[in-house]
Ligand binder design. Structure first.
Ligand SMILES: Nc1ncnc2c1ncn2[C@@H]1O[C@H](COP(=O)(O)OP(=O)(O)O)[C@@H](O)[C@H]1O
Ligand SMILES: C=C(OP(=O)(O)O)C(=O)O
Ligand SMILES: [Mn+2]
Length: 521
């Protein structure tokens, strides 16, 4: 209570501290926030906002931090407006029932940060409990958070009064390590705003923060999968032959890698037990299903339906995946995979990157925004998202790229670029690369099976494409083979190469030596 009072939450209604999972589910059901699915998962609908809303996200112009921020990628929010909005928000929360989760981010004990999430909705508090790292009774005694999130989706801002963009807002004060969320009930905003704070704090501790999933082989070697939302981090890291470390956000310190979180947040559109058995089976009592359509009578989820959104989601703790590594730590990665969902269908399904190419492709972050992941995106939209996670970066990509460069050099990490997007033509004409083939390529890369094979060099992108890969038909490895109209392939490749060159101009003054390692246009 002392902490709540210190925030100005002086007169709340009943405050529920650290309710266990079954109680949170009871509260959510009693309050009419959702229903139980046949599997026992809690199904909730989040209303108007079913994906992130980047136009509504701001960073407070705190004097201590303002000079460091990558402002061309982040929206400014004045300090005075932040304080005024906070006062309106706390008065909204007066006399309201609140749910408080206390826990941590950072699975490695040296980098653990206490986190408090204060929710208006029970199911969002359940989300926080499942997504972040839960503490023992002893660890939670005398708890005082370093990062605090207040999520009050029922409080809608008035743009003309509050200075927001709409009724929804996600406003981060990096100085106070305080996040205010209102107007939106999409829980992804909670985890991704905490990630934004970590992307500010971690580099200061010498830790590279990364928008990637991670897993470990039985021999202990680890792999990372970087990628913007919907490109396959969660899907490809859930591999029955490997042990999951985490599905979305990790740190890389001098000691190795560690998960920031304690849970996963999987996309479940077209989910099937056959293709994604581990994720399918993790959706049970304790999991939260967002915006999934279900049969009123049988309560069977209909994963095929995108009637509410294509960005249907399931949140569950990592231990719902068999063999997950807890705490989520591992050694320095042997392999890094950059996942790109190429909507033009011209990038190879897998290519080996040199050190300089790895740096170039990391800073460029070419991929697509996939349907539903951001408000207003209804079909794949090509984008350059630096470090494969620009929406979550408060600092310049160069900060993260330099750390990555040092680390992959020091540890001899191999880097591959994997296209999980389109082939045979662009979106609308071609098709998404078969998940089974992507899995086979990823497996070969991680197990070192591509080191012996012959490669050919792509003339436009300069990428080294393997001529064969176990479990994959050789003819699909060179994307040009999969296009019916070869001329159209060449034209599209050049068009994409030009946009790489244009995009890199933003960074070339800081890393001019990398320019020649990009595509030729
Ligand atoms: N070739 C492929 N590789 C990876 N994912 C694919 C592929 N084809 C289709 N998908 C689908 O794309 C989605 C990837 O989403 P997800 O793994 O949750 O991404 P992220 O964790 O990066 O946000 C899943 O729904 C998956 O089934
Ligand atoms: C949760 C999100 O990210 P990801 O798909 O990378 O898990 C999101 O973008 O809202
Ligand atoms: Mn994910």
């Amino acid at each position: 209570m002392k902490h709540l009072k210190s925030l100005g939450l002086t007169n709340p209604g009943k405050v529920h501290f650290n309710l266990p999972v079954p109680s949170l589910i009871e509260h959510a059901l009693k309050r009419g926030e959702g229903v139980l699915a046949s599997s026992g998962a809690l199904i909730v609908h989040t209303g108007k906002y079913t994906g992130r809303s980047p136009d509504d996200k701001f960073i407070v112009e705190d004097s201590e931090v303002a000079d460091e921020i990558w402002w061309s990628n982040n929206k400014r929010f004045p300090r005075s407006k932040f304080e005024a909005l906070f006062r309106r928000m706390t008065s909204y929360l007066q006399n309201r029932e609140l749910y408080v989760f206390d826990g941590f981010v950072g699975a490695h004990s040296n980098f653990r940060i206490p986190l408090r999430v204060i929710n208006e909705y029970a199911h969002q508090n359940l989300f926080a409990r499942q997504l972040f790292i839960r503490g023992s009774e002893k660890e939670l005694k005398d708890f005082w958070p370093e990062i605090t999130v207040i999520a009050a989706p029922g409080f809608k801002a008035q743009p003309e009064v509050d200075g927001t963009n709409s009724e929804a807002f996600i406003i981060i004060s990096l100085e106070e390590k305080l996040v205010l969320i209102g107007g939106t009930l999409y829980s992804g905003e909670i985890k991704k705003s905490v990630f934004t704070v970590l992307n500010y704090l971690m580099p200061k501790a010498g830790v590279l923060s990364m928008h990637c999933s991670a897993n470990k082989g039985r021999d202990g070697s680890t792999a990372l999968f970087f990628g913007l939302s919907g490109t396959g981090k969660t899907t490809l890291s859930a591999d029955p032959e490997r042990l999951l470390i985490g599905d979305d956000e990790h740190g890389w310190s001098n000691e190795g890698i560690f998960n920031f979180e304690g849970g996963c947040y999987a996309k479940c559109i077209n989910l099937s037990r056959e293709k994604e058995p581990q994720i399918y089976d993790a959706i049970k009592f304790g999991a939260v299903l967002e915006n999934v359509v279900y049969d009123e009578t049988t309560r069977e989820p209909d994963y095929k339906s995108d009637a509410i959104t294509e960005n249907t989601r399931a949140a569950y703790p990592v231990d719902f995946i068999p063999g997950a590594v807890i705490p989520g730590t591992g050694g320095h990665p042997r392999t890094i995979i950059f996942l790109t969902a190429d909507a033009f269908g011209v990038l190879p399904p897998i290519a080996k990157l040199s050190f300089e190419q790895a740096m170039y492709y990391f800073i460029s972050g070419y991929t697509s925004k996939l349907a539903g992941t951001e408000r207003g995106i209804t079909e794949p939209q090509a984008t350059f998202s630096a470090c494969f996670g620009a929406p979550f970066l408060p600092l310049s990509p160069i900060v993260y790229a330099k750390l990555l460069g040092e680390k992959i050099k020091k540890h001899g990490t191999e880097v591959y670029l994997v296209n999980t997007g389109w082939t045979g033509g662009p979106y609308g004409i071609g098709r998404r690369i078969d998940l089974n083939y992507t899995r086979a390529m990823v497996k070969s890369a991680i197990e070192g099976k591509l080191s012996g094979v012959e490669f050919e060099k792509d003339p436009v992108f300069g990428l080294m494409i393997p001529k064969s890969c176990p479990g994959v038909p050789s003819e699909i490895l060179n994307p040009k083979n999969t296009w019916y109209d070869k001329k159209s392939y060449d034209d599209t490749a050049i068009k994409l190469a030009r946009s790489f060159v244009d995009n890199f101009k933003k960074f070339s003054h800081e890393m001019p030596e990398l320019e020649t390692f990009g595509p030729r246009a």
